[in-house]
Design a protein around this ligand. Structure first.
Ligand SMILES: [Zn+2]
Length: 334
């Protein structure tokens, strides 16, 4: 889920291309419905209660972006409603989304090419997390091809991962010898109270029942254990300033929850966590990809920088880009 959409320019009509879960590359489309199946238009959509507080009171949220978002009038959580049921959504994310030949062969090859940047980003996040907890037993939810857990392993963590993509977990096992399982957090078997840390990078916005994921993380952690999540922040300054043009809305049609620091903190606290760190985080990206994103907001500046990029062959330079619209929250199980 997290960042599993590859850098490779693959998409189907109407879907924007993105990588690392946060940075759209270009609005190219290719016309091949077997690559990334979408929900059919006639799928049954029903209203769902707020996942945070259970209320059915809702009002449209940023309707001009056309994503069908609503905001809970009681707690402020932003989500998609009405929507297809969890089974349909899981079929979209969990099976056909990744379990097709193209995503394994074509897409991941480019995600894998970004390995260096993903490892740098992973180390930066681990350095922060190790301020709160010593290396111990780690479960990474949405582990993709395993770069994060492989880096954690090098730093002394005992690592396990899971991902809905069978291709990804096979890659992680084959290349890094890590313990990676194919499936979802709420379906796979894990030992309660046995983990020191659970990480979920760019996962929570995709799942039909994020509360169940957070409660499951609480169940698997020992008292004092740490959960760390990153997700687009719908209440961030970039989101508020850019309105319907916010890059967060362009990431994916599959994002069904848009958290804020407030709503995510509330969900964590309700599950028995104490929030210990909140910050907006970035990622290492190559200059080429940075320019693609910049081009969405300031085409003239992107063009100018492109000239420099070509002149000095800077495409593969890694930059740490923090757009201040992705929130990372670290919380401790009480
Ligand atoms: Zn609510």
């Amino acid at each position: 889920m997290r960042g599993r959409m590859p850098e490779h320019r693959r998409t189907n009509p109407g879907r924007h291309v993105y990588f690392l879960g946060v940075v759209p590359l270009a609005k190219q489309t290719i016309h091949n419905d077997t690559l990334s199946p979408r929900l059919s238009d006639d799928v049954v959509r029903r209203h769902v209660p707020c996942n945070l507080c259970g209320s059915d009171a809702r009002e449209p949220f940023c309707p001009e972006n056309g994503l069908g978002l609503v905001q809970c009038q009681q707690c402020g959580l932003v989500y998609v409603s009405p929507r297809p049921d969890a089974k349909e959504l899981y079929a979209l994310y969990g099976e056909t989304y990744f379990h097709n030949n193209e995503s394994g062969v074509v897409g991941y090859s480019n995600y894998i090419k970004d390995e260096g940047n993903i490892r740098k980003t992973s180390n930066r996040r681990l350095t922060l997390l190790e301020r709160f907890i010593q290396p111990g037993r780690l479960l990474d939810v949405g582990c993709a091809v395993g770069f994060f857990i492989d880096e954690a392993h090098k730093r002394g963590w005992q690592v396990e991962g899971l991902d809905v993509s069978s291709f990804a977990v096979e890659y992680a096992r084959d290349h890094f010898g890590v313990d990676a399982q194919n499936g979802s957090l709420t379906e796979l078997d894990y030992e309660p109270g046995a983990y020191d840390m659970v990480t979920m990078w760019d996962v929570i916005e995709h799942v039909p029942d994020p509360k169940a994921y957070i409660e499951r993380a609480a169940q698997l952690l020992r008292p004092g254990g740490i959960v760390a999540l990153a997700t687009p922040d719908v209440d961030s300054l970039p989101a508020r300033l850019t309105g319907k043009r916010w890059v967060g809305y362009k990431l994916s049609e599959e994002h069904i929850y848009y958290f804020s620091i407030k709503t995510l903190s509330q969900m964590l606290e309700a599950a028995g966590f104490e929030v210990v760190d909140v910050r907006h985080v970035g990622k290492y990206v190559t200059l080429r990809l940075f320019l693609d994103r910049l081009g969405m907001y300031a085409p003239w500046l992107a063009k100018l920088l492109e000239l420099g990029e070509r002149a000095f062959k800077l495409s593969e330079w890694a930059l740490y880009i923090n757009p201040f619209d992705i929130v990372a929250i670290t919380a401790r199980k009480k």
